[in-house]
Write a protein that binds this ligand. Sequence first.
Ligand SMILES: [Fe+2]
Length: 358
Amino acid sequence: MTDAKQDVETAELFAEQEIRIFNFDVRQSTWLHTFAEELAAIGGPQAPGARSKASLAVTELKCSFSKDQRELLAAYSDGLVCVLIFEGLQKITDASPPKELPGLTSLENRYDVLCLAARNQILLALVDNSAFAYDMDNEGKLVRLVANFKGGGLIKINAESGIKELSSHSGLALGPHTEAPYWCAVNAKDGHSPSPSSLILSALWNPGLEPTRVIPLPPILDKVGITNCLALTTGNFQFTRSDSFVSGKGEGGRNVSILEFDDNVGFAARFNSYRFSVNDDASTFVKTAYDALCQGVNEAIPAEYTLTQESAMAINNIRTLHCRDVIKDNRRVLVRLFGLSKFSSPIVISEDPLLLQG
Ligand SMILES: [Fe+2]
């Protein structure tokens, strides 16, 4: 969005200030692009050394930022912003999408995909988030491509099977959720690392201009009320296993909370409208609270944003839900990375690239 009218509309849409926009000027954007290309040249986020290269890029970029820009990055880094949209980014490629979605492996190795992934890694580093992967999710890889590889979109693909996966590799509509795993949100617990602190998305192709939808949690929790929120901090909830987990790894879980108090960021949430439920033996208070949360989520009107190569969206995964409608155009490809915040304490399997025990 570049013209003034769109800026005003965006400002009105995001009036609650839970969703903020960071604008790169042309010079900053050119620098960012150069750093992203350098990082892509060594293999992108998965390559050893990518992490330190990303933080070097950040050190250099930060010198060019205004006071307002720095404050906005700090606010997200401190966990106080729900969604940070980066605009004014350079287009990576002018090539239009092919007629059909290429296979996952060929896409993953494309230079433009590596550039987008590298840029996402640098953008995460700008808000003090480290790009990482879980051992039991996305085959242990840092870069996740979000596209209709397994069908589920409006138009059937050739390889489409009867059973549709509820994951980012199918185009099915997905109800509001935070990203798994759901054992804990900030500090590791019982051998499980916390949920991602952030996810960042950009688009290689989005020919149908199909939006990404986000729902900030603070206004919902205000409506849900104090007593209900307290009830949501109890370990009375369960969740089913995610379809993006490596076959044979990852699992559903019991006796988790949805909300927790956190000294650094106030509260942290985990929730998935199609995987969570309340334990049968929970008290009436807890069941009422769960209903109130579900109702609040159902009634919330998601904010919509259409990603392109010239934008990226960082979602604070412990205070924001995201969701989507059916993906109509099978050629839509988003490039996603998870980020770990400065407050998060995970179980580290390897440092470079950063791999966590899920
Ligand atoms: Fe998701």
